[in-house]
Design a protein around this ligand. Sequence first.
Ligand code: HEM
Length: 418
Amino acid sequence: MPIDIDPADLIDPHHYGVSGQPHGTWTRLRESSPVHRCEVEGFEPFWAITRHADIMEISGKPDLFSNTAGPVILNDRQLAQRRDDESAFASMRTIIEMDPPEHRDFRKVASGFFTPRSIHRLDEIVEECAREQIDKLGEEGECDFVEAIAQRHPLRVLANIVGIAREDEDKVLELTQQLFGAEDPELQRAGEDRDEAIKELGLEFYNLFNAVIEDRRANPRDDLASLIANAKLKDGSPMGPLETFGYYLIVFTAGHDTTRNAISGGMQALLENPDQLELLCKDPDLAQKAVEEIVRWTSPVNYMRRKVLADTDLHGQKIPKGDDLVMFYCSANRDDSVFDRPFEFDITRHPNRHLGFGTGEHFCLGAHVARLSSRALFRELATRLEYAEPTAPASWIESSFVVGLKHLPMRYKIRPAA
Ligand code: HEM
C-alpha cells in the first residue's frame, strides 16, 4: 500500500527552516517503508533509509555503497553548477568523498591525532575556552545562545587545532556560516549570485589555509596543522596542494557547524526538559552521558548519501546500480527497536548506541574532539547555571544536511567561576 508522506519534508532545506527535523515522516517510514524511493522536484532522486539496522549494514559495506559522489543530495542548481564549474576547486576531493583503499591511506594522515589519548593535549584549552564563554555572559541577562556561546566555543577549539590565529577567527566564522548557510537567505553572502559566492568563499578559505600550510612547512610544530602540511602518503609521495587544502577544509567545516548545532540543540533540549537540566546541575559528572544523549537527540549531521555500485536488494526493494541511498541518522536515532523510549530526552541513557557520528569506514574522525569540547561546555554550565528559560521560540537553519538552530533566545542567571 502506498504510504502517505511528502518526501520534500526529508530533503528540502526550506521545510527544515520552517519546522525542523521531520520526525513524523521518519516514524511512518521506519514502520511501513524503511527503504523508500523518493522523487522530489528540483532534487536528485534517492532511496530514504530510516532504520538503525539498515544504516549499520550499509555503512559496513563501503565496497558496495560508495562515497565518491559526495555526501549531499544536490538540487538542480547545484548539479548544473557542478557540471559547469571549471575552477581548480572542481577537482578537489576530501576523505568523505573517497572509498577504500584510497580513503584509508588519506585518513591515516590525521587519525593518530584524533585518538582519545592524543587529544588529551586539548583538555586545558578546551576547559579554558568553556570557562571564558560562560564568563562572557556576565551574572544575569538575555542572549541568543547560538550566537553567544554555541558557535564561539567550537570555533576557538578548531581554530587552535588547524592553526588559525585568534585575529582571524571572526573572518573564519563568517566564511563558515556563509558556506553552510548557502541555502538560507539570512545566512548566505549578501547581494551575490549564490554559486559565485561559494566559489569566492572557497578562494578565501584557500588563501587563509595556504598561509598556515606555508608556515607549518617552514616551522613544523607538534600539532595537526603541521601533520597535514607535511604529510606523506603510503607510497611516500606528498599530498597534492588541493588535497592538502581539502584536509584543512574538511576538518574545519565538518567540525564547526556540527558541534555548534549539537551544543545549541542540547541547550534547547535541557530548557524544554527542566528535570534533566536540574539533574545535570546537581551532578555535573553526568555531562559525559548527557553529551551522548544530546548527539542522539539533535543528530546535527542529518544524513549521508551513498551511491550503489552494483544492483542490490534491501528489504525486498531492488535497487539498481547507480542509484543513491540517503541514510537518515536522525531517524535511526529514534528507532524503537534500538532505543527504549526514543522520544524521551534522558541524559542518563545507557547504553546509547546512537549513530550521530556515523559508523564504519567513515565514522566521524573528530568524534572525540566533539565530545571533549561539548562535555567541557555543559560541565561548566552545569556548575554555574542558577537559572535559565527561553524568552522566544527558537528558529531553525534552512538546511537539510547539517541541521540545527539558527537562534535560541534565553534569559539566565550565572554564578561566577569558583
Ligand atoms: C557533534 C559534532 C559532530 C557530529 C554530529 C559529527 C558527525 C559526523 C558524521 C555523521 C560523519 C559521517 C560518518 C559516516 O559516514 O559514517 C562525520 C564525518 C567526519 N567528521 Fe564529524 N561530526 C562532528 C564533529 C566533528 C569534529 C569536531 C570534527 C573535526 C575536528 C569532525 C570531522 C569529521 C571528518 C573529517 C569526517 C570525515 C571522516 C571520513 O570520511 O573518514 N567532525 N562526522
